[in-house]
Design a protein around this ligand. Structure first.
Ligand SMILES: Cc1cc2nc3c(=O)[nH]c(=O)nc-3n(C[C@H](O)[C@H](O)[C@H](O)COP(=O)(O)OP(=O)(O)OC[C@H]3O[C@@H](n4cnc5c(N)ncnc54)[C@H](O)[C@@H]3O)c2cc1C
Length: 409
């Protein structure tokens, strides 16, 4: 259930193993959070922020700055309190290291999983295998982030610092605002996250699977098995169920009597059409907490975290702020505001410890959960698909899924 990148990859892995797969989504495939993300397919090393003491110390300052990479829409605070309380309680160094170690077991094979999934698929043409660049605009910020590089390196990440001269060779369109840069050779990216998701769904259909556009409103349980999806288009019988409904997954879990502390970190993008920059690869800007992805006919600048309720209306001033910060990184191509800009908001599904939920639904048979992939859903989707296929086939997935249990909060 759920035809975002996570559900699509799970469906394709299951269908490749001969299962009769039906993907159910109330919207078109790839139209949720998987539509407008930055398209970075990260492996060990280039992974994003995890809750910890440093992040916690930065938050009060960010909450007072309207243009900070993290904002809270205060009137939504009461509904966010349980999640925020668990987040703050988990901001300990020991917990951060445990999470980094757990995430490394997933991140160590993200790109290999895409290679396997997309073998013989035309979706492979949407993947770039040329690494990612992490950028900083100050020496201080770069030095302050060294603990994270050291932690990632201790977990096996490959990365190398790039001098300004080497950077000019790699990406001639970067402006002088970039003073330090790291190259992450193992990262991939996709030029079209929505297109990639949709092509994987087309692969599922070509392999004999089905897609049903319907909203799941209830799930009937008999003898500990989910047996019927009650949808706006009628009832559907199921004999096995995988819930991969992104930021809405907790609502479906609740229908089966399972409480999951899932929240959404809303993020934004601005797409610039008809903007030729010559950029070759995805850029991850540390201080500005944004990513820049060159697209066939333009550029995407995406990022920021906004805490508000799931269905609060978008505040596109966040996307405009991304443009103002992102343009600083690129030379003259972005000096003028392009005529064709479009804005988007997406809901990252995130648990307070930033670990996804992957595994059996607690207390149920024949039901698995795969959601909460936070800032890394595009990266982790293909690997998640393989793990879920192992679980459905009752095979050992070869990693400890304890850190990703649904009932850990
Ligand atoms: C600005 C931004 C930038 C990002 N950049 C990156 C990046 O560079 N790299 C990276 O790895 N990740 C990135 N992410 C994170 C990534 O986009 C998400 O983690 C990922 O898309 C989540 O995928 P999903 O399939 O779980 O959810 P979704 O794509 O949201 O899919 C869930 C689907 O479930 C369906 N659904 C929900 N409820 C129901 C229901 N009741 N009945 C039927 N269908 C239902 C929805 O319609 C939706 O289609 C970014 C996110 C944002 C917001």
């Amino acid at each position: 259930m759920g035809a975002g990148i996570v559900g699509a990859c799970i469906a394709r892995s299951l269908e490749k193993e001969g299962h009769d797969v039906v993907l159910v989504d109330r919207n078109d495939p790839g139209s949720g959070c998987s539509f407008g993300n930055s398209g970075a397919i990260l492996s060990l090393g280039a992974s994003t922020q995890l809750p910890g003491p440093k992040l916690l110390a930065q938050i009060p300052g960010m909450l007072l700055d309207r243009n900070a990479p993290l904002v809270l829409r205060w009137r939504h605070l009461p509904g966010l309190m349980p999640w925020l309380a668990a987040f703050v309680a988990g901001c300990r160094e020991s917990r951060q290291v445990e999470t980094a170690q757990a995430m490394a077991t997933l991140l160590s094979d993200t790109t290999g999983a895409y290679d396997r999934l997309l073998k013989d698929s035309s979706a492979d043409a949407l993947i770039r295998r040329n690494g990612a660049l992490g950028l900083s605009r100050t020496d201080d910020w770069f030095a302050g982030d060294s603990w994270r590089r050291e932690l990632n390196a201790s977990l096996g990440a490959r990365m190398e610092e790039v001098s300004r001269g080497e950077l000019d060779q790699l990406e001639p369109s970067l402006s002088a605002s970039v003073v330090r840069a790291m190259y992450y050779p193992d990262a991939y990216s996709t030029l079209d996250p929505a297109g990639l998701t949709q092509q994987i769904v087309r692969d599922v259909l070509a392999g004999g699977g089905k897609f049903v556009q319907a909203e799941v409103r209830d799930i009937r349980i008999e003898n500990g098995n989910p047996t019927v999806l009650v949808t706006d288009k009628g009832e559907m019988k199921v004999d096995r169920l995988v819930v991969a409904a992104g930021a809405y997954s907790h609502q479906l879990a609740r229908k089966m009597g399972i409480k999951v502390l899932l929240n959404t970190e809303r993020g934004y993008h601005v797409d610039l059409e008809d903007t030729v920059t010559g950029l070759q690869r995805v850029l991850l800007h540390g201080e500005h907490a944004l990513a820049i992805n060159p697209r066939p006919n333009g550029l995407r600048i995406a990022g920021t975290v906004e805490f508000a309720s799931l269905d609060a209306s978008p505040d596109y001033r966040r996307a405009q702020a991304l443009w103002r910060k992102g343009r600083e990184v690129l030379k003259e191509t972005c000096e003028k505001e392009p005529a064709n800009m479009s804005f988007w908001m997406g809901r990252r599904p995130t648990l307070p410890d930033y670990r996804p939920v992957i595994g059996s639904a607690p207390g149920l048979k024949n039901c698995w959960f795969a959601f909460g992939h936070q800032h890394l859903g595009m990266s982790l989707a293909a690997r998640t698909g393989e793990i879920v296929a192992d679980l459905v086939a009752a095979r050992d997935p070869g990693l400890d899924l304890g850190p990703f249990r649904a009932d850990r909060f």
